[in-house]
Design a protein around this ligand. Structure first.
Ligand code: 5AD
Ligand code: SF4
Length: 426
C-alpha cells in the first residue's frame, strides 16, 4: 500500500511540475514514506533521517517531509526529535501535499495528521496519458476495524473505508488503457470492501471484481490482504468462475493455536480458517495459499507454537511471511509480558525452515509444467525478461523480442529457491 501511495503522490506531483530524481542528493525535496507496523520498520525512519541530515548540511535549502503511518503515530514528536524535518503528514492527507509543499517552501513547518472524510485518491490526480508497466496496484479500501490486539493499523490508517465503485472502475479503465494488464486490488481488509454506487446498488468485493474483470484488455486480477472473517462464499466461488482472477490468495492466519488467536482478538479459529482453505481447494485445487505469521506472541507456549507448525504442514503454503512479535505502544498486547528474544528467534527460525521447505516443494511441482507468464520487466542480463506465474512465482525467460506486457506460455525448467526459469513454448 505504501508503494501504491508513493506512486500516486509522485504521479500527482508531476502534474504540478515536480520531477522525480534518482538520488536524494540531487533533489530539493525529499519525502520519506514510512511504515509503523513493527518496531524495526519504525526505527528505520530515524536512521534514514540521520542520513538526510548530512545532505541537508550540504544543501540547507532542501526540504524534508515524513509521511505515512510513522508520521501519523508520532506527529509532532518527529519534528521535535529531527529538526531537519519540515513536514509530517499522515496517510489520509496526501492530497494536501501541493499546498503544503508551497507553505514549507515559504519557511513553515507543518504537522497534519487529520482523518478527513474525502477520498484523497480522487484528488491525487491520476495522469491518464502516462505509459505504465503491465502490473499495477489499486487501493479500493483502507483502514481496519478488527483491532487485533498486536496491531497498530486501526490507529494509524483509521477505520474501514471503501472507495466508490464508479471511481474504481474508471481508475481501472485508465490504468488498463495506459498498458496495465494485471491489477492487484489493495486494502488492509480488502475483502471487507462494502460500498454503495451512485445508483444505490450495494457492492461487495466479489461484485467489484466481476465489474472490473469486464474491462477487455485487463488479463489478470488479484486482491490483497484478506481477513478470514470476511471470506464470503461469493468471493470463494469467484475463484472457480472468474477466469481473470488468479489462483493465489494471501490469507493471514497469524497462529495455529486457538488460544493465541483468541488472545490476538483475531475473530476466527483454526477450524474456520481451515474450512475456508478446504472450500477454496475443492473448487480450485491448484490455488496457491499464502499467509502471515507472528511468533512469540505474549503467552504463546511451546505447545501453541507447535500447533502453528502443524497448521503449516496441513496447509502447505506456497509462500508465507513470518515475524517475531513486536510490542507496539497503544495496542492492548503492549501491556502483556513480552517473551524472551531468544525464544522468538528460535521459533521464527523453525517456522521459516518449514515455510521454505513447502515453498520449494510448491516450486518443484511446477517444473516441466507449462505456465502462462505475464512478462513484467527486463532482467539483469541482455535478452532476459522477468514475469510471474498465475501463482505469483517470479519466472525468468530469455527472448530476443521485447516481451513486456505479453502473456506467454513457458515450460518451467528450473527452480533456484527464489525464482523459476524456463523457456517460451510456441
Ligand atoms: N508484531 C509483529 N508482526 C506484526 N504484524 C502486525 N503487527 C505486528 C506486530 N505488532 C504482522 C502481521 C500482519 C502483517 C502485515 O504484519 O502478521 O498480518
Ligand atoms: Fe491489523 Fe490486519 Fe488485524 Fe486489522 S485485521 S488489526 S490490519 S492484523
Amino acid at each position: 500500500m505504501n508503494v501504491f501511495d508513493s506512486e500516486r503522490i509522485s504521479d500527482s506531483l508531476s502534474n504540478i511540475g515536480i520531477r522525480k530524481v534518482r538520488k536524494p542528493e540531487w533533489s530539493d525535496l525529499i519525502i520519506l514514506n514510512t511504515c509503523h507496523i513493527r518496531e524495526k520498520a519504525a526505527e528505520k525512519v530515524y536512521s534514514e533521517l540521520g542520513r538526510f541530515k548530512k545532505i541537508k548540511k550540504e544543501n540547507p535549502e532542501i526540504k524534508i517531509g515524513v509521511i505515512g503511518c510513522v508520521a501519523q503515530a508520532e506527529g509532532q514528536e518527529i519534528i521535535r526529535r529531527a529538526e531537519i524535518v519540515d513536514m509530517v503528514l499522515g496517510p489520509q492527507v496526501y492530497h494536501r501535499l501541493p499546498k503544503i509543499i508551497k507553505r514549507i517552501q515559504e519557511g513553515e513547518r507543518i504537522v497534519d495528521t487529520d482523518f478527513p472524510i474525502e477520498d484523497k485518491f480522487e484528488k491525487l490526480v491520476q495522469s491518464n496519458n502516462a505509459k505504465r508497466p503491465p502490473v499495477s496496484f489499486l487501493t479500493v479500501q483502507e483502514g481496519c476495524d478488527k483491532f487485533c490486539s498486536f496491531c497498530v493499523v486501526p490507529y494509524t490508517r483509521g477505520v474501514e473505508v471503501s472507495r466508490s465503485p464508479e471511481v474504481l472502475i474508471k481508475e481501472s479503465q485508465i490504468l488498463v488503457a495506459s498498458g496495465v494488464r494485471e491489477l492487484t486490488l489493495l486494502g488492509q481488509n480488502v475483502n471487507a470492501y462494502q460500498a454503495r454506487s451512485e445508483t444505490g446498488d450495494n457492492f461487495d468485493l466479489a461484485i467489484l471484481i466481476k465489474e472490473i474483470c469486464l474491462i477487455k484488455d485487463l488479463k489478470r486480477l488479484r486482491f490483497v490482504t484478506s481477513h478470514p472473517k470476511d471470506m464470503t462464499d461469493n468471493l470463494i466461488q469467484l475463484f472457480a468462475e472468474e477466469k481473470k482472477l488468479m489462483p493465489y490468495l494471501h490469507l493471514p492466519v497469524q497462529s495455529g493455536s486457538d488460544k493465541v488467536l483468541k488472545d490476538m482478538n483475531r475473530g476466527h479459529t483454526v477450524r474456520t480458517y481451515i474450512d475456508i482453505i478446504e472450500k477454496l481447494r475443492k473448487i480450485r485445487p491448484d490455488i496457491a495459499i499464502s499467509s502471515d505469521f507472528i511468533v512469540g506472541f505474549p503467552g504463546e507456549t511451546e505447545e501453541d507454537f507447535s500447533l502453528t507448525l502443524d497448521l503449516c504442514d496441513k496447509i502447505r503454503y506456497a509462500q508465507a511471511y513470518s515475524f517475531k512479535y513486536s510490542p507496539r505502544v497503544g495496542t492492548p498486547a503492549y501491556e502483556r509480558t513480552n517473551l524472551p528474544e531468544e525464544v522468538k528467534v528460535s521459533r521464527l527460525a523453525r517456522l521459516q525452515k518449514k515455510i521454505n521447505l513447502h515453498q520449494t516443494q510448491f516450486q518443484m511441482n511446477l517444473i516441466e509444467t507449462i505456465q502462462e507468464i505475464l512478462i513484467e520487466k527486463r532482467g539483469k542480463f541482455s535478452n532476459q525478461y522477468i514475469g510471474r506465474s498465475p501463482y505469483m512465482n517470479p519466472v525468468v525467460i530469455t527472448s530476443a523480442k521485447d516481451m513486456i506486457g505479453k502473456i506467454i506460455k513457458v515450460r518451467i525448467r528450473n527452480s533456484n529457491g527464489l525464482s523459476l526459469s524456463g523457456e517460451a513454448v510456441t
